[in-house]
Design a protein around this ligand. Structure first.
Ligand code: BMA
Length: 799
């Protein structure tokens, strides 16, 4: 039977004449940080100070001895970042130039010092650029010439921290006769049965060449066996009436253990285990009178995808533990998210990520790793890209959560729109990957899964790649140039990216900028804002709705967060209300990779911005929304649940001071998985010119608000409310903040992190009408007083 020796202990990093203790998996920045050679690059302006690290060579060493008695010993490296020369026992055993793939070397009989010497990623990239020639890129760094996490070179939300190191596990595998080289389960669902076809490939030792090999597989109490003719074999299993795996909100997530064993006459040689799930996924791109859609159909059920974009959760991804994946993806699930898009400027995440998605019912859209640049198709890149795609398709295909592969992020769009086409003058730019190599590999290796060539992509060159009427669309004009109300100007078929920035929570800012009293344009704030004209866009977004607060950072911080939440909500409420024309929204972005002002809903320290709470409301199965319409607003009831929604909707036209001007109650029935749109009757439409009237809709505890003018034009009555603290029994540290409103109190927010770094509130922006009460549960803050809470409470119209 195969034996494994993990090689995670005893590593050192050479730094000048010193040997520093090193972590494997890990990276040079975190090792230097632990040894106090560099300051924390996440704090203040330190990022710039540690830029030298990315320009150097770095060497990792350890001593390895082994004596297994097996015919073969392989050194297996799951991830080297990136350009490395490996020597073992004084002999060079190989070189690598791709962070995204696994490497395996035959090291039978070798012991002694194992050394991994990394070149600077810049040197490697420049050397490749010399060979391939120059290509256009949205960012000024050479990431498209090296197979390394692109966003580590800096992004419009990420620092430039070009690291190196052994970022995934390393081990010795000792084996005799044969081992399982690849196992590819193809899972299908028929009328009453589930099918598992397992395509196997083995590698044999010289002695194993002629031996009889057998493979056995079990799933759900079923067993199958096959004898190898050569090095490949196929096993087929049928499961009667399997329980289906569903996206969250649609059903359960039953997972089945699939075990494969390789044997010869003397016994077991190797084993493999994964959990699989039975579900079908189709992608409906049928043309209709409006264009062509992009609808995921799971187990025959058409779904509106409630998505978020995922970036690496740490610019040093080796720091992201399974627990951290679970926490972050749990936050996505808490926000009623059901689809996570792993964005192409990051990494193929660790298996732990996809395991959690399988369990939580989060559908995964996986980009191949190409983003925002023209990529040369010449060697040495082409061979690396094929190897990397093979590795990762085979590794990830057992996961039922994985629903679609996507060729790249924004490169087809960039070619057409961003001046690349003329600049390239016929040079390769990646089209051969997205429309050739990658779909061919998916069809060969993972034929049950869909592939789309890019995001955005209209399905062919017949239409502009970002045509909202065809396929996937990225909606960036609104954040870049307009007001969020403009999201309502069109109904794309599937919005794969759109978003709005806001700074992180105060506790995160305070930790990241320890030496600074933050102001919108203080040095640290500007350093932790990477987007082009980011602060101008933040200010513009606020100024369209509110008087821009001068010299009041707390208010600016609150208002930018309000605008972020409102902006994303405006997009989602509008687009969901146009289901099934639009069949998905994927918010840019769920998470951050360090403390920064960005589009993220959850900041770099894992704290929720108000947007995170808002997502829970706008992504719930049932959504009540009021949308501006022609003449009168439209009431839309979105029912994504499996049952009819019967309810009575109360509509009230109210005055700022509280008086009810008109009222109606309407009985409605919204069929399952559908939307009901009703024009608001004339008597209920607030008169805009008074700047004093607004509309409220209530149904089943859900509420929608409609203000015909912006906040800065609205005649708010000065908000007045009382608060009281009620301790909550049980495990301590919990308190309810009970708020009683005497006037309209709009977008009330308790910034819990101001009460203590671990404090959390269970709700975000809350609007109360005069006479209403809200209960905000606070967790993780002992001994807070009413005054503390008051100082952490904000609402609009107050100043
Ligand atoms: C899209 C993404 C990212 C970027 C984001 C915000 O283009 O694909 O490249 O970070 O917008 O600008």
């Amino acid at each position: 039977m195969k034996d494994v020796t993990q090689l995670t202990e005893g590593w050192n990093l050479r730094h000048g004449r010193e040997l520093l203790p090193a972590r494997v998996p890990g990276c040079v920045h975190t090792d230097l940080l632990a040894a106090e050679v560099i300051p924390d690059p996440f704090l203040g302006l330190n990022e710039t100070e540690v830029a030298w690290v990315g320009r150097r060579e770095w060497t990792y060493v350890t001593d390895v001895s082994h004596d297994s008695g097996h015919e073969r010993t392989d050194l297996v490296l799951d991830g080297l970042d990136t350009a490395a020369r490996i020597t073992f026992g004084g002999r060079e055993i190989g070189t690598t130039r791709n962070m995204h793939r696994t490497h395996r070397f035959d090291v039978t009989g070798t012991t002694g010092e194992l050394e991994v010497r990394f070149a600077s990623a810049y040197d490697e990239a420049e050397a490749v650029r010399e060979v391939t020639g120059d290509r256009p890129n949205v960012y000024p760094e050479p990431f498209q010439y090296i197979r390394k996490m692109a966003s580590g070179f800096g992004w419009d939300w990420g620092p430039t921290l070009v690291t190196a190191g052994i970022w995934r596990p390393v081990r010795l595998e000792h084996w005799s006769t044969a081992r399982l080289a690849s196992v590819r389960p193809l899972v299908t669902v028929g009328e009453r049965t589930g099918g598992v076809e397992i395509r196997l490939r083995v590698e044999r030792t010289d002695r194993g060449a002629g031996r009889d090999l057998l493979a056995r597989a079990t799933v759900a109490g079923q067993e199958a066996q096959v004898r190898f003719e050569g090095d490949e074999a196929v096993l087929r299993l049928t499961v009667e009436r399997p329980r289906l795996w569903w996206p969250r909100g649609y059903g359960d997530q039953p997972l089945y253990d699939l075990d494969v064993t390789l044997l010869d006459a003397d016994g077991e040689l190797d084993t493999w285990h994964r959990r699989i799930g039975f579900r079908t996924v189709e992608l409906d791109r049928t043309a209709d009178e409006r264009g062509s859609g992009f609808t995921l159909v799971v187990n025959g059920e058409r779904v509106f995808a409630r998505g978020v974009n995922w970036i690496p959760d740490d610019v040093f991804p080796s720091r992201v533990t399974p627990e951290r994946y679970r926490a972050r993806l749990g936050q996505a699930a808490d926000a009623n998210v059901d689809l996570v898009r792993v964005w192409g400027g990051g990494i193929y995440e660790d298996d732990a990520f996809y395991d959690v998605c399988d369990e939580l019912g989060l559908m995964v859209w996986q980009d191949f790793l190409f983003a925002c640049a023209a990529y040369p198709e010449e060697q040495p890149l082409r061979g690396e890209i094929e190897a990397e795609a093979r590795d990762n398709v085979i590794r990830l295909m057992p996961h039922p959560s994985l629903v679609i592969w996507n060729g790249n992020n924004e490169n087809l769009w960039g070619f057409r729109d961003w001046g690349w086409e003329p600049e390239l003058a016929g040079d390769s730019w990646g089209e051969g990957y997205y429309l050739g190599l990658l779909p061919r590999l998916v069809a060969e290796l993972d034929p049950t899964r869909h592939y789309t060539a890019g995001s955005p992509w209209s399905g062919s060159w017949d239409h502009h790649p970002n045509d909202p009427d065809h396929g996937t669309h990225h909606s960036w004009e609104v954040w870049n140039r307009q007001d969020y109300a403009e999201y309502r100007a069109n109904v794309p078929r599937f919005v794969a990216e759109f978003g709005w920035q806001a700074p992180p929570t105060m506790a995160t800012l305070r930790r990241a900028l320890p030496d600074e009293e933050p102001a919108p344009d203080s040095p640290g704030m500007l350093h932790h804002q990477k987007a082009e004209e980011g602060n101008d866009k933040l200010n513009r977004g606020v100024a369209r709705h509110f008087a821009l607060p001068e010299g009041d950072f707390d208010r600016w911080h609150y208002l930018t967060q309000v605008v972020q939440a409102r902006a994303v909500a405006a997009g989602i409420e509008h687009w969901r209300s146009h289901w099934p024309v639009c069949s998905g929204t994927v918010v840019w972005q769920l998470n951050d990779c360090w403390p920064v002002s960005s589009w993220a809903a959850i900041d770099g320290d894992g704290r929720s911005k108000p947007l995170h709470h808002e997502l829970r409301r706008v992504y719930a199965d049932r959504l009540l929304t009021l949308q501006p319409g022609e003449g009168a607003p439209v009431l839309a009831l979105v029912n994504q649940s499996a049952t009819e929604w019967r309810t009575a909707v109360t509509l009230r036209r109210l005055e700022a001071a509280g008086a009810t001007l008109d009222r109606s109650v309407q009985e409605v029935a919204v069929p399952a998985r559908s939307v009901l749109r009703l024009p608001v009757l004339p008597g209920l439409v607030p008169r805009a010119h008074t700047a004093e009237e607004f509309l409220v809709a209530d149904a089943d505890g859900l509420r929608a608000l409609y203000f015909p003018v912006t906040d800065k034009d609205f005649s708010y009555v000065r908000p007045a409310f009382d608060i009281a603290l009620e301790p909550v029994g049980g495990d301590g540290g919990k308190v309810d903040v009970v708020v009683n409103a005497h006037t309209l109190v709009r977008d009330l927010l308790l910034q819990a992190d101001r009460l203590g770094p671990d404090a959390r509130a269970d709700r975000g922006l809350t609007t109360l009408l005069a006479g209403e009460q809200a209960r905000i549960r606070l967790d993780g803050c002992d001994g807070v007083t009413e005054d503390d809470v008051r100082a952490a409470l904000f609402c609009v119209g107050a100043k």
